[in-house]
Design a protein around this ligand. Sequence first.
Ligand code: ZN
Length: 305
Amino acid sequence: MGGAWDVQVVEVSARDGLQNDPAELSTAQKVELVRRTTAAGLTRQEIASFVNPARVPRMADAEAVVAALAEDPDRAAASYIGLVLNARGFDRAVLTRIDEVNLVVAASDEFTERNQGMSTDEAVRTVEQVAPLARAAGLVPTVTVSTSFGCPFSGEVPVDRLVALTERLAASGVEEIALADTIGVAVPRDVRDRVRRVRAVTGAVRLRAHFHNTRNTGYANALTAYEEGVRVLDSSLGGIGGCPFAPKATGNIATEDLVYLLERSGVTTGLDLDALIAASDWLATALGGPTPSLVSKAGGFPTTT
Ligand code: ZN
């Protein structure tokens, strides 16, 4: 990763944020969203999902979104991520100008089955198959471990199970493993424990964390992950989003709220908070109502007059 900042924030609004929103943005609006977040300094963004459009209709324009951004002046500095659940999705992604493919494995069998129609073991084998293909094609392969902290169907996810899974994924050729709290059940103690245990078996593979604020613990979890050495954090402008296959899975942590928390804590992100708030206001208007973010309403730290 490198870079001059303490934390790399990965913006997920254009994919995770929008895939389940009642409002449907046009392709042009999605492209404008990515351009606005890019202008605020977010160089790494999840912008498309190469999944079956019949299952996730909001993401049917994946190819068009990637193509529309291809000639942007700051394109070379950006790294765009596309979600891929299987070999068929990879076959679509590799034909586009996407930079990274983010594969997905859920820590629980029942969630993997409902999310992508296969067992956890089959999903791992998909990662083992696709990661080398991605590297050979010049794409960066990463994997997100959904339900790392708990499953909406099977409840507790044993730490030993998560550790064994991530150890196997670390050997698959992926460059990064994201621990995702898909349904927002984690608390800082879980984050501390799981990050430590996972790090012990994943070697040089970079760790990333993805939190939802479903139970108001998302920001405490993100700060805890940072304190445990995680240097890549996902968030979504406005705090929008949620998985269509996870019941009651509400928004991601909001990018502007996360950036306020980190920067006021002396942790640099390289992001422009005022530009993020302006982009978040634009997004709320585009979606037709307020977002869960609080910093977009309150503003940053008061400036003296
Ligand atoms: Zn999410």
